[in-house]
Write a protein that binds this ligand. Structure first.
Ligand code: ARG
Length: 398
């Protein structure tokens, strides 16, 4: 049994109760780690809450830059959207947090790491599988999965043990957010037919109606500037969340397949993430050679699946990253996005090494394409099918 654990501490009711519950029921010492990954809520007050619950130490880390550069950049290059839609908001923050939990565990000589996830979700899988990949010697402790508390039990436990938990007003939704987006689940949305109430949205409240444009510049597949202003990636994404979110665009409503076998109704808002990926994949349209682009597209969903499934730290991701990085060499250029209420769409793109050749594409007098070559090409392209048709297919009848 572990003697000392590093807990991923959000400062919410569950993780606060978990601190004391682990001390009392498992006899461990607890070190709390709170990570700033660009979520809306403040972490102010977490230190007092963690120590008040009985933690022997509290660490707060600003991980926004690392999150953007090491986790978001690869996913942008990969155009990774789980089940064609979800930009992996929560799936991306877990391995980063675990990496820092493991580092703290080493610093404190801890022999376990803990999280506050339930047994029904994907996040437990990501925390634990990432820890198994980085530090298979560490014990994994998941108090919330085992204690069998209802929300009322947790509130009562906190009161009994004088654990400072802040306001414990009824929690309508399970929300997880960071600078890449926001996931909102539970409540009335557990009925997949029910429309999400307007109140669940926060990053995509529409405040602008005037049409506008935003230009995103990319270098080797990574966004580096907005309207010509160079910005570190975490600031660029945050700014786009505001710019694009103000048009009410960037919402998702889907029923997705969780790793643990459940289909669940999920709503997300990720205006910056979806705008960046829309622009990035468009730029690939002019910069990637056809077969490279086709093969990359065939691997993109595999990439999203492995991230979703908690396999961030894996040889498969290393290998896919090597392929994707190689593909991004010339993905340098600019994409113009048009913005209108509830709309964000590509209106133009250019690249220094664009493969778009006007002389080949145009239908006007500048046309350099050798039309006559097509005759023989098409004849050979269809030859196999023509043979099949006349012997076995529609052409063989009658
Ligand atoms: N369904 C999403 C995922 O698995 C979001 C999870 C959100 N987590 C939460 N605790 N609300 O990545």
């Amino acid at each position: 049994m572990a003697k000392r654990v590093v807990l991923a501490y959000s400062g919410g009711l569950d993780t606060s109760v978990a601190v004391r519950w682990m001390i009392e029921n498992l006899g461990v010492e607890v070190i709390c780690l709170s990570a700033d990954v660009g979520q809306e809520g403040t972490l102010d007050g977490n230190e007092a809450k963690a120590l008040g619950a009985g933690a022997i130490a509290y660490h707060q880390l600003d991980l926004r830059e690392e999150f953007a550069n090491e986790y978001l950049a690869p996913v942008i290059k990969a155009n990774a959207l789980y089940e064609k839609q979800y930009p992996l908001v929560s799936a991306l923050s877990r391995p980063l947090i675990v990496k820092h939990q493991v580092a703290l565990a080493r610093e404190y000589g801890a022999d376990g790491i803990a999280h506050g996830c339930t047994g029904k979700g994907n996040d437990q899988v990501r925390f634990e599988v990432a820890a198994m990949a980085l530090a298979p010697d560490l014990e994994l402790v998941a108090p919330v999965r085992n204690w069998g508390f209802t929300r009322e039990d947790s509130i009562a436990y906190a009161a009994e043990h004088a654990i400072p938990v802040g306001a414990t007003k009824e929690k309508l939704y399970s929300i997880d957010d960071n600078l890449w987006g926001r996931a909102i689940e539970c409540g009335e949305m557990e009925d997949p037919w029910a429309k999400p109430p307007e109140g669940v949205w926060s990053m995509t409240q529409q405040t602008r109606t005037d049409p506008s444009e935003v230009t995103i510049s990319f270098e080797a597949g990574v966004p580096v500037a907005i309207d010509g202003r160079r910005l570190p990636l975490h600031e660029l994404v945050t700014e786009l969340n505001h710019t694009v979110g103000a048009y009410g665009w960037g919402r998702l409503d889907m029923v997705e397949n969780r790793r643990v076998g459940i289909k669940s109704r999920e709503t997300y808002e990720a205006p910056g993430a979806l705008a960046v990926m829309l622009a990035h994949s468009d730029l690939e349209g002019v910069t990637l050679e056809r077969d490279l682009q086709r093969t990359k597209i065939s691997l993109e969903h595999r990439y999203a699946e492995l991230v979703y499934d908690g396999l961030w730290f894996s040889p498969l991701r290393d290998a896919l990253d090597a392929f994707i990085d190689s593909s991004q060499q010339h993905v340098t250029g600019e994409v113009r996005l048009g913005l209108e209420p509830n709309r964000c769409y590509v209106v133009g793109r250019k690249a220094s090494r664009s493969l778009y050749d006007y002389g080949l594409a145009t239908y006007d007098a500048a046309d350099r394409f050798r039309h006559a070559d097509s005759e023989g090409f098409v004849r050979l392209w269809g030859l196999g099918l023509a043979t099949w048709s006349s012997v076995q297919g529609p052409g063989s009848k009658g």
